[in-house]
Design a protein. Structure first.
Ligand code: SF4
Ligand code: SF4
Length: 311
């Protein structure tokens, strides 16, 4: 059976989503709604039109192509009405100033794999491979597993970036074809987790425990978000939890244990344009910055635990 899913990007020559040079496939749809998300176009499952109003030159091409009257221009003000738009994409190819963009397309696992294979030589020479990201790749587990299987058959290193907020069976089925798991742990306090991400953390922490019990390399990551988890006690709580998981893994697998690391990621607000273009509220816009010095202090706090710490 040909598996398909909606993706919003295939990024070739990526160097931030795992070791070496990678192709990162971004799947659309996420069960979390983190208010600082830097891929807001990955939250909703369906394709969407992004409208960058500041790029519009009021040429009117999109008005004439749209059969649903979703675009109107009056006195150099361009209104795009999402309620009228059926996301057919007809207007987008005629916008020569890149003010309109269709994000999300349905694609088969075969077609993604064909794209992945183009850079196979680079993966081999750089120790890289393929990363499935999102959104949440495990919400489309049949599609994701189909890609992972094909990669393994070609000896391509595979990684998944997951929020962990999915059924364990969805992760478990992917494990035989996965070389590295990258998973966020955002807060140990379940109510604070819910207020920041829209969901409680019970399932995520359960899945983190289960992942530590299988011998696959894993990097747990803390996205450090001002007002959410940028206090020492919050970082210490997560670090202590991860240190406990590492110990369990060592007890179970001894010297053959695959690595289980912790990494802190600095908050950034690069997605402001995308929030505007998708008509989504950018709830992180007013957050204070987090300084390099503060990040160093928090990293020091995390590294003070018995833990494999990744800079
Ligand atoms: S995507 Fe289709 S329906 Fe939506 S504005 Fe463009 S032409 Fe109209
Ligand atoms: S086609 Fe593009 S530039 Fe022209 S009016 Fe539409 S959005 Fe603006």
């Amino acid at each position: 059976m040909t598996e398909s899913a909606v993706i919003f990007n295939i990024q070739r020559f990526s160097i931030h989503d795992g070791p070496g040079i990678r192709t990162t496939v971004f799947l659309k749809g996420c069960s979390l709604n983190c208010f600082w998300c830097h891929n807001p176009e990955g939250i909703h499952t369906k394709p969407e039109v992004l409208f960058y109003s500041d790029r519009c030159i009021y040429c009117g091409e999109c008005l004439s192509k749209c059969e649903h009257s979703a675009h109107t221009i009056n006195n150099n003000t361009h209104e795009y009405n999402r309620d009228l738009c059926v996301v057919c994409g007809d207007c987008i190819q005629f916008c020569y100033s890149d003010a309109l963009e269709l994000t999300g397309k349905t694609i088969t696992a075969e077609d993604v794999f064909e794209e992945i294979l183009k850079d196979k030589d680079y993966y081999a020479s750089s120790g890289g491979g393929v990363t499935l990201s999102g959104g949440e790749p495990m919400l489309h587990s049949a599609f994701s597993i189909s890609i992972l299987k094909k990669c393994k058959a070609e000896n391509i290193h595979t990684a998944i970036e997951t929020s962990g907020n999915c059924r364990w069976s969805q992760i478990e089925e992917a494990l035989p074809y996965t070389d590295l798991i990258m998973m966020d742990i955002k807060h140990l306090d379940t109510d604070k987790h819910k207020s920041a991400t829209g969901v409680h953390n019970g399932l995520i922490l359960e899945n983190a425990e289960r992942i530590s019990e299988v011998n696959i390399p894993v990097i747990f990551r803390i996205p450090v978000i001002p007002t959410v988890n940028d206090a020492e006690e919050e970082i210490a709580a997560i670090s202590g939890f991860v240190s406990g998981l590492q110990q369990k893994r060592k007890n179970k697998f001894g010297k053959d244990s695959a690595f289980l690391r912790l990494q802190l990621l600095k908050f950034h607000r690069l997605a402001g344009d995308k929030y505007r273009a998708a008509d989504m509220q950018n709830r992180a816009a007013e957050l204070p910055d987090i300084t390099k010095e503060r990040m160093s202090e928090l990293k020091k706090c995390a590294a003070s635990f018995d833990i494999d710490f990744k800079e």
